[in-house]
Design a protein around this ligand. Sequence first.
Ligand code: ADP
Ligand code: MG
Length: 599
Amino acid sequence: MGAVLVVVLAVLPLGAVDIYIQNVIILVMLLAIMATTWNMVGGFAGYISLGHSAYLGVGAYTTAVLVVQVGAPWWAGIIGAVVSSALLAGLLGLTTRRARGHAFIMVTFAALELLKVLAMNLTWLTKGNHGLALPFPPLPREQQMWPYYFSSLALLTLTVLLAVAVRRSKFGAGLLSIREDEDKAASVGIPTARYKVMVFVLSGVPVGIAGGIYAYYIGFVEPRGMFNIATSMTIVLAVLLGGRGTIIGPLLGAAIVEPLSQVTNTLVGGVDGGAWRLVIFGAVLLAVILLLPQGIVPALSGLWARLRSRGRDAETGTRFAEPVDPDALANALRELATSRHDRGADSGPMLIVDGVVKRFGGVRALDGCSFAVERETVTALIGPNGSGKTTVFNIIDGSLTADEGTVVFAGERIDRLPRWARAFRGIGRTHQTTRLFPALTVRENLVAPLREFRWARLAAPSMSGAERRRAEAAVSLVGLDAYLDTPARELSYGQQKLAELAQILVLDPDLVMLDEPAGGINPAIIAQMERIIRALRDAGKTVLIVEHNMPFVLGCSDRVHVMAQGRLLASGTPDEIRANPAVLDAYLGEAETQRGGVV
Ligand code: ADP
Ligand code: MG
């Protein structure tokens, strides 16, 4: 269908439509390029920019300066636009290390204003408010628009193909997970900072090129027109109206918004025209957010899905996870195994936590915490609420930085490594309150994790081939095969615990850390969890669990460490722990007398 559209658009100017219509189509295409690329950052990765038109201005100015001031040929101007927009995008991408959410919106807006001021004041380069005039190509009247028309069409086609490729790739799956939960994304191996810089550059460059085309198209480049907040707002409006995060949405949005903008242009011209257009666009934006919060395309596809699933509702009752038999488990684990395990140094403990101190204001959550986790064991970490178990998990996986002390994993000190690098080394961790990417399906959740950083892997399709097989192996490991296409937020709490376990198993971790895997879930799923934990150890993995459910802990662990007030109180086998008077005193006695086992 896309190809047909491209062909139709390609033949239109050959006589079928007049110059005015060609003009409108060019502007629609330019807006569609900007909307599609905005969507890669705002829709896929969730970083809302109010300065996207800055790339247009930078591309236009670079081209104009090179052509007019330097006397370079047009193609050199366009190459300059590529370089300058890539640089700007890279810079903006770096600011996302510190600025998220509202702060990021302000940064993008400020960048746009700053560039406008620069364009006004660097008069030796830009001629300030006088602007730069570009030459028109000498063409017969009816062919005047062709260079802009066909170059815009080609650029739009490439941009949409780029967006589709990104969306389908492993890289795209990572961007979606950044949008859903950036910290969690890092913990499943996504180098978030690198991903963001990459997507910014991918989204900025096409707009930079569009800026070069636009400069030639309007023939005159000046600061207010080129670095215009209204253009940025129009982009955002087009994407929100069409549907953020979709491929078609930004295109549809551009096709609606640009003609609308032309109409308001002719209706409210004059001195205050610009201000009035902002008001009108602001009002339309507000109406869209209130009436069609998801945009047209998602609303329609949601309606379509409801119509199709009508009548089928009756047969899909709630199912638990399917019980998994040990052979299937072993098979799935073999499927997930990677070559990482070939490394030599397989002696010494898997993990050594040594003298770790963590303070939160006045609270010493960890106060010289030290313990080791031997290879191929199930080791439990128990202790009263607030004794620091989750905090020590956070320090091992890199969510928090310790004030003092070291963490050694498989013989290597890891406590200064970024979180994704620890995931690459082989640490997988689930959360006490499950953290999946809520709006993504189970399948999308499972294809997001990244085991190592390789370009070929980023470009690999996420929903087919090897990545898909891994996701399916992981999901069969926990018995959630029937839920592959269910959004994570629709799973029951216990199913979410299993899905998060499956998600980290995609990383093929050597150390699997589970924070309260049996907390708040039904007994059938607890039994399932216990079987899986044993199978993981039998397959050569090391498992570290934090859990309050004593029968569960003492039943499936080889060693138990007891924590109290941020440090280790005792260690031993489950039997030794049961008999240890200090432990009984501090902790277990209480649990045993309560009998349900849950403290
Ligand atoms: P556990 O998992 O053993 O129940 P935690 O590790 O969650 O305990 O908490 C240990 C102590 O640290 C508690 O007193 C808790 O209130 C405090 N704490 C944990 N995380 C934070 C935080 N992000 N900010 C402030 N205090 C925290
Ligand atoms: Mg906890």
